[in-house]
Design a protein around this ligand. Sequence first.
Ligand SMILES: [Zn+2]
Ligand SMILES: [Zn+2]
Length: 460
Amino acid sequence: MARVPAGVQHLHLVADLLLDRGIVDRIRRFVAQHPGPLQIATEVATLQLETNATGELPWDSAMARLTAERSRRRWPREHFVCLLTPTPNDQHWFCLPDRDGGRSAIVHVDDWGWITSAPLEAATSYNLVQAVALSAAIASKLDLIDIVHGIRADDPHRGCLADFCADKSQIVFKLRTADICGDCLARAESMGVPEAILRQLVSVLEACRRSALGTARYLEEPRPTSDAWPFPVAVTKDKAVQTRDPVERFSRLIDHFDSMVRFACIARAALEGKNIALGPRPSLGDWVQQLRQGTADPATHEAVRMIEAEGIVHLRNEYKGHGYVRSPSEYSDMNTHLEGVLTDLAARLLSPLLRTPLVIVRGTDLEDGRHVLFGHRATGSNSMFRSWRQQLPEGVDAPRAGIDNFGALALWDETAARCHPLHPFLREEICPACRHPRILVWDGDQYIDVQIGHRVRLDA
Ligand SMILES: [Zn+2]
Ligand SMILES: [Zn+2]
């Protein structure tokens, strides 16, 4: 068995022309946070690939293209080369190593958003290190079928890096263990894999694992995923993603939809200086109407048309409000469809709002003769908000920046150096039901604690 040499291991990335370059950068940065012998080359090559009649990449011809590319670029045979592509392959694998031991692999960059709360770069980095590990093993003359678990009946899944997921959603279990089993570790030792590489590998895997946990939002460190999303929307998505039971998941998806519509409505009204004209018991349908009437933004109007065309409000009333008994598989189908619609809605409703992050302004300071706002940034699904500080332009104080009350939630517009308060529609208060400080969202004469789902009345 060929031994793995000590020292730097080079990895070249090749990006499919169809892949968003921003994603490649995020993956590079994710791995680079865990320095070690495996180093990703700065230059990223690109490749245009041909698909078969069903729009999939054929393993053999795609690998032949990659092999041709690596010889064209004269990358040494000890170097690893990974192609990142958004196109699925005819094997339906996340990572396809070169079976001929060429240290090349193809990694499918899938849309993981509804499978796991782990960000895309974490899940892809997992597959990237798996691709390198499998390629190294094959280059050491091991047979792929002997390495991966879950193909042979006598070798089931183990929560190991070498698990093969026949059903793509199983990746969520691998990500949560992000482990290497005893057999595979013994194999790595017999291949002579240096300890420094294993340490680096484990460090990347551990970062993937933490980001994929159901409890991730209670971990103190902020996560990059939907980090910029306003808390009420990010937390409801996280809860939906973490729920596997189809009926319960449907209910959470509707909550997430509700939260997204409300937030978009409240934010639009604040940014455009409009009123929210809703009665004491607004229904979900009323919010959607308000969203249409409350803004001139074309993307929002497109989102409203989509909501109506998809009949989501009707869907909510029919399935959630009246408790029809449906089979779990019907819910699973509806969920898959709804997740796609929600992704499109988020692109239209939330993406334009990302330049005005949700903040809680706690107070003001003077720094070098200029006013500084300080408080917390209420974005991402972790309720331990990160602190936020913002120096204001010369001569601008808190009132001139739009702040009349401290402790209020607001959208911060950096370009205009201005806060847009969201009171009374979004408030941070002690929830009367759970007695914890929570972000409460206006619901007519009541408020909703979006994190837990409490519906409460506030005295003032
Ligand atoms: Zn294993
Ligand atoms: Zn509560």
